[in-house]
Design a protein around this ligand. Structure first.
Ligand SMILES: [Fe+2]
Length: 336
């Protein structure tokens, strides 16, 4: 086991000596220092110890000031455990020390067993907290990976229904992500829109395969069935309470910027930004792939369709970003 490093700060040499003897005999590495200034000097050269025993009454800065300064200097995520050494047993001292973030008190002159019990207890507590934090972190990652895998599997299931649009959901997710990046979305929102893109057509699960894959003109009833997929998708994803926004893309990716889309006829900024992005990404991918009812369009034609759709079908700002991406040949030069 790695030896724990204890730093003891006290202006009383007798105390320092005694603490060093007791703690060394217990298997600790011990550094003794005479003032808060020496503590900061030590930390700047050697880094943070596992625990600090800190005298309250010292001639230069007292223990409270040193602790305050320590917390100020510590980087995010670092909170070195501090136990105060005090000769004073009034409650005020304890309250003040604890509220500044001290873990415990040890009274001087100390009894060896008490000193060791308190120090070891504090060290154990800190290491348990660290283990717990690590465990939570690992579980959170696992959960994220799991939901991502479930969503991807679901996206594959959606795409498998439509023999012509193999990989459509993944491509729409990727285009949407790229647009979101250029719009300055945070990492968290970028992940979110990727998921929304993957699931935007989830409502097609509720539309018969024979309608989805029909290579002749759809009749009115069939068309009405297809047009139900945003609502179906919205209500499927709306049940996921942990991610209430996940449904936005599925529900509103067939809305139009001019308000003439479906299912709700939302207009402009009434349509959530994620859905506006997915609409453009979806249209781009549809035009760039062979469909049951037509062949893919040449890039120049795709561009002019997007230009034409600015302000009518598409949010003009998002359409411009899509055009930029096409010009940079990000998605058009090979398989995605
Ligand atoms: Fe759709």
């Amino acid at each position: 086991m790695v030896k724990k490093l204890v730093v003891v700060v006290d202006d009383d040499l007798g105390i320092l000596k005694r603490a060093r003897t007791i703690l060394t005999e217990d298997g600790k590495d011990v550094v003794v220092l005479k003032s808060g200034e020496m503590l900061f000097d030590y930390i700047s050269k050697k880094g943070y110890p596992d625990i600090i025993l800190l005298d309250i009454r010292m001639p230069e800065s007292d223990g409270y000031e040193v602790l305050k300064e320590l917390r100020k200097r510590e980087p995010d995520g670092q909170e070195t455990p501090v136990i105060f050494l005090t000769g004073n047993d009034d409650d005020e001292t304890e309250i003040r020390g604890l509220s500044l973030g001290a873990m415990d008190f040890i009274r001087k002159p100390f009894v060896a067993e008490v000193l060791l019990l308190r120090v070891n207890h504090a060290l154990e507590l800190v290491s348990l907290q660290k283990d717990l934090a690590n465990e939570v972190e690992i579980k959170t990652r696992e959960n994220e990976r799991l939901s991502f895998q479930v969503v991807s599997a679901l996206a594959d299931a959606i795409d498998a229904k439509d023999t012509y649009t193999n990989g459509h959901s993944k491509r729409v997710a990727m285009y949407s992500l790229e647009i979101a990046k250029r719009m300055g979305f945070s990492m968290e929102r970028q992940d979110e829109i990727y998921m929304m893109g993957l699931l935007h057509d989830v409502g097609k699960i509720g539309v018969p395969d024979s309608v989805i894959n029909k290579n002749k003109r759809l009749d009115d009833d069939e068309f009405a069935l297809i047009q139900k997929h945003p609502e179906i998708g919205g209500s499927i994803l709306g049940n996921i309470e942990e991610m209430p926004r996940l449904a936005y893309g599925a529900k509103w990716h067939h809305e139009r910027y001019d308000g003439k889309g479906y299912p709700d006829g939302l207009k402009g900024d009434e349509i959530p930004i994620e859905a506006r992005i997915i609409t453009v990404a979806d249209a781009f991918d549809a035009m760039m792939s062979n469909r049951s009812y037509r062949k893919m369009l040449p890039v120049e034609k795709v561009k002019s369709e997007i230009v034409q759709g600015k302000g009518t079908q598409f949010d003009p700002k998002i359409a411009d970003i899509m055009l930029e991406l096409i010009d940079e040949d990000i998605f058009t030069n090979g398989e995605v």
